[in-house]
Design a protein around this ligand. Structure first.
Ligand code: ADP
Length: 678
């Protein structure tokens, strides 16, 4: 996989791993919530069951106390029988009445103090359960109960026992023995046979028997008597309570069925369920919302990746700075341009590592102006940057304020275009143009020379032939007459004078042609002359990495000059100066163009232009021939520049001179008349 596609896929991978983690988090949350809700519902159900259980326990306790009070009421009723110790007949009537009131009683007996049966009566509500013969003598259970009753001086009960019935069934029976006392004398015992099932039916039937099954059990759980059938429902509850009677201990058990698994058994569960539904709905909404967010995030990541790809593929360098001038962002094109990595650039402030040291001061001033809030020109401006290897290159900078979404300015955004290629092309075309001009100038000079030679040839040829003729005449003087000789000589000399006059006129007409340019002179501010040539000078300065400075004296008067010619002079001198600094030994490459009032007496009222360089200087042997036409030390030089300059300056009445400059270099200075002076 290529690095590029890896970089492309990286955000997607990161996103996918994020979304995987998010999905597992969501699953965990849903599971937790479900577990919580299940626990809540289960707890609510358990609470409900415990409520039912507690209610049943309370019921069992109440039932035991009901039975106990019922039994003691029965004892009171027995004691209240006035017929004890009265006649047997009378007793039987009263016993009949009591037996018909208490359904749980099977039989009532009156026994004397020794336990012998005096009278008995069976319940009129049932088939007699007992065989009279067996009951004549007291049963073991009755004996034990009565002994205990005598000892306690109160009612006592026997242990229950099973009484088989003729129809094959049977019932559990318990005997009550109640001592009958009159004036502290034991008259005998009232013995009542209780049917345990009857006891349950009469004492608990109405209250507990309808919804539950009530029973007496032995401690091991064996049922002795049962009453009632529990309602049909899903869940069975049971509660037990001890019925501790003198002489017997029974376990009362209540079994009840309750409808627990109803969906909304009570308000609490309903509330919990409703809350659970609400929670699940909220969860669903959250999941939906999170999905939407995920989609939005994915879209955003795509948009970001697209923007990054665009920024990375741009050939225009981009750079952002904050309001303090620190770099906050650079794109790969900018890094490539200056040959520095983003880590080397981010956070940098002035002086920037890509500023050429000789320009640092100027750039710092420019940045200060920018940071003070002054917007740069919309069309951009040109500057020179330095690569990491020290080489310089031109850039076009377009700067704009960086405005955030709140509409506040947070810094400056700049776009950079590498102009070095364009500059190279411009330089090439300029050089070829210069060559063309030079050739054209040479052609003109050549033409003028041929014209001059042609024009001067005729009078000079005539002069030489007349002179030769005159000499021949003088040689032949002995043979010829004196008179015609003088006449011919006079005519020849006249012709010579005429032809010399004509040659003079040709020369004068050339001079006139040159002098005709006088008519082009105009009054112009010296600063205007300099600013006119500045673009051309800067173009070459950029190429040769030279800084150009200008110095103007204040309130300079205008000069009277042929603008084009003087500009040509300034350009020539500036070019020579910059070329003299294009040397490896030249570290400080500064060209100064200075204009001031001329100081010497001779040139008082004149303006002096100086072109100062820090180049290699002029050796004495070069200085001797400096103004000689066609003298040059350069490969592509023509050697006409300085002589032309001197001619132009002298035509204006001024002087062109040069002197060495300290610590190194040369100063060329020339003077021009002011408009006032003229
Ligand atoms: P060209 O520039 O075509 O050589 P010029 O007449 O302008 O012709 O210059 C003649 C010579 O004078 C140059 O070749 C150079 O050697 C020398 N020269 C001119 N100006 C300077 C200068 N500022 N510093 C050093 N040498 C100079």
């Amino acid at each position: 996989m290529s690095l590029r596609s890896l970089v492309w896929q990286l955000p997607r991978r990161v996103m996918r791993s994020f979304s995987d983690r998010r999905i597992s988090l969501w699953v965990a949350l849903v599971l937790l919530l479900l577990a919580l809700l299940a626990t809540l519902v289960w707890l609510a159900g358990r609470y409900e069951a415990s409520q039912v259980q507690a209610e049943l326990e309370r019921g069992a306790a109440d039932a035991v106390s009901d039975i106990r009070s019922g039994l003691s009421r029965n004892n009171q009723a027995l004691l209240a029988v006035p017929a004890w110790s009265v006649s047997e007949k009378n007793w039987q009537i009263q016993a009949q009445s009591l037996l018909s009131q208490n359904r749980e009683w099977l039989r009532m007996e009156w026994r004397d103090a020794q336990g012998l049966l005096l009278a008995h009566e069976n319940s009129p509500l049932r088939v007699p359960a007992f065989d009279n013969a067996t009951r004549q003598n007291a049963l073991v259970e009755i004996q034990q109960a009565c002994m205990r009753a005598q000892r306690l001086n109160d009612a006592a009960y026997s242990r229950s026992y099973f009484l088989p019935q003729p129809n094959g069934l049977g019932m559990e029976v318990m005997e009550l023995c109640l001592p009958i006392l009159r004036a502290n004398t034991l008259l005998g015992f009232a013995v009542v046979s209780y049917s345990l099932q009857g006891l349950l039916a009469s004492q608990l039937g109405d209250t507990y028997g309808r919804r539950n099954q009530v029973s007496f059990t032995e401690p091991d759980g064996t049922r002795l008597a049962i009453y009632g059938e529990p309602k049909r429902a899903n869940r069975l509850f049971h509660a037990q309570q001890l019925l501790d009677l003198p002489g017997n201990t029974l376990v009362l058990r209540i079994d009840g069925r309750r409808a627990i698994p109803d969906l909304f058994p009570n308000v609490l569960t309903a509330l919990v369920t409703a809350m659970s539904i609400a929670l699940v709905s909220v969860l669903l909404l959250l999941v939906k919302d999170s999905r939407r967010r995920l989609k939005a995030e994915r879209d955003l990541a795509d948009a970001l990746a697209f923007r990054k790809a665009m920024e990375d593929s741009l050939v225009t360098g981009l750079r952002a700075r904050d309001l303090q001038g620190r770099i906050t962002y650079v794109n790969p094109a900018f890094c490539q341009m200056v040959g520095l990595t983003p880590a080397e650039l981010l956070g940098c402030s002035a002086p920037m590592p890509y500023w050429p040291p000789e320009m640092a001061g100027e750039y710092q001033q420019r940045q200060a102006v920018r940071l003070a809030g002054n917007a740069p020109p919309r069309e951009g401006f040109e500057s020179v940057f330095m690569r990491k290897d020290g080489s310089r290159f031109s850039v076009l900078i377009i700067e704009a304020p960086l405005i955030n979404v709140q509409g506040q300015q947070t810094g400056w955004m700049s776009a950079f275009l590498d102009m070095s290629e364009q500059r190279k092309v411009e330089e090439l075309s300029r050089a070829s143009q210069e060559r063309l001009q030079a050739t054209a100038r040479l052609a003109t000079v050549g033409e003028m020379a041929s014209l001059l030679s042609h024009e001067l040839n005729q009078p000079l040829a005539a002069i030489s032939s007349y002179a030769a003729g005159s000499l021949n005449l003088l040689n032949d003087a002995s043979q010829l007459q004196r008179e015609p000789l003088l006449g011919n000589l006079q005519m020849a000399l006249q012709r010579i004078a005429e032809q010399a006059g004509r040659a003079g006129k040709v020369i004068n007409s050339v001079h006139d042609f040159v002098r005709r340019r006088d008519q082009n002179r105009q009054a112009i501010a010296p600063s205007a002359l300099i600013s006119d040539i500045m673009p051309l000078v800067l173009l070459q300065a950029r190429k040769l990495q030279v800084r150009v400075e200008t110095l103007f004296e204040e309130r300079l008067p205008q000069v009277l000059c042929d603008r084009t010619m003087v500009e040509q002079v300034l350009l020539n001198l500036a070019r020579n100066g910059m070329q003299a600094m294009d040397h490896p030994t030249c570290a400080r490459r500064v060209l100064t163009l200075q204009v001031r009032r001329a100081a010497s007496n001779v040139t008082h009222g004149w303006i002096e232009f100086s072109v100062i360089d820090a180049g290699i200087g002029i050796a004495p042997e070069v200085a001797k021939q400096l103004f000689t036409p066609f003298f040059t030390t350069k490969d592509e030089g023509m050697g006409l520049g300085l002589s032309l300059c001197r001619t132009v300056v002298e035509q204006h009445g001024g002087r062109l001179e040069f002197s060495p400059h300290t610590p190194r270099g040369t100063v060329f200075r020339f003077t021009l008349p002011t408009a006032l002076n003229a």
